[in-house]
Design a protein around this ligand. Structure first.
Ligand code: AMP
Length: 168
């Protein structure tokens, strides 16, 4: 993969059933696509739910890939994996077996009804920024700031949800 190849970051989360196994299955599915190469996978982080609070803690992870898929193709590929793994879209921000978001796609900024990149809420979410800092601390975002700088700004707001490294 070289021509038209882009680095992208995917945020993954699960808070129903065997959360770890859903994340592993999602990673495998992503890596099986002929136009996707997995570059890095963060540790697993356990996160207190936000929004709809009457649900279990999430397991979150961030993945770096290299891909020749367009952002729209990547979104529809990820939605296919969510459907295959049985995600039920019942309550917004509610329980889910798997949630896959495109966080970043190169230095691209996109804003269409179907797709917003960078992901609109990523900079407010510790469960995205902490794993992202683990695998790409010096990455430069479309606004010119690094992951480190974004995370430092988030920490200053003191609005970060509770997060811990997940241990077996
Ligand atoms: P959610 O249920 O929170 O995962 O939201 C899914 C919806 O968000 C889908 O209909 C997508 O079209 C839309 N969406 C917008 N931007 C993104 C993004 N960067 N990654 C994933 N889904 C996105």
């Amino acid at each position: 993969m070289s021509d038209g190849c882009h680095h992208a970051f995917i945020g993954m989360g699960s808070n129903l059933g065997d959360r770890r196994s859903f994340l592993e299955k999602a990673s495998q599915e992503i890596g099986n696509h002929p136009q996707v190469r997995v570059i890095k996978l963060s540790s697993l982080y356990e996160t207190e739910p936000v929004g709809y609070l009457d649900q279990g803690w999430f397991l979150n992870q961030v993945m770096e890939i290299e891909t020749t898929l367009t952002p729209e193709e990547l979104l529809s590929f990820l939605q296919g994996i969510e459907d295959k793994l049985g995600r039920k879209r019942l309550i917004r921000w509610g329980p889910r077996v798997i949630d896959l978001d495109i966080l970043l796609y190169g230095e691209l900024t996109i804003e269409t009804p179907e797709l917003v990149i960078p992901h609109p809420r990523m900079y407010e979410r510790g469960f995205v920024m902490l794993p992202l800092q683990e695998i790409a601390p010096d990455l430069i975002h479309p606004d010119g700031k690094t992951t480190r700088e974004h995370l430092a700004m988030l920490i200053k707001t003191e609005k970060m949800e509770k997060i811990r490294l997940f241990q077996d």
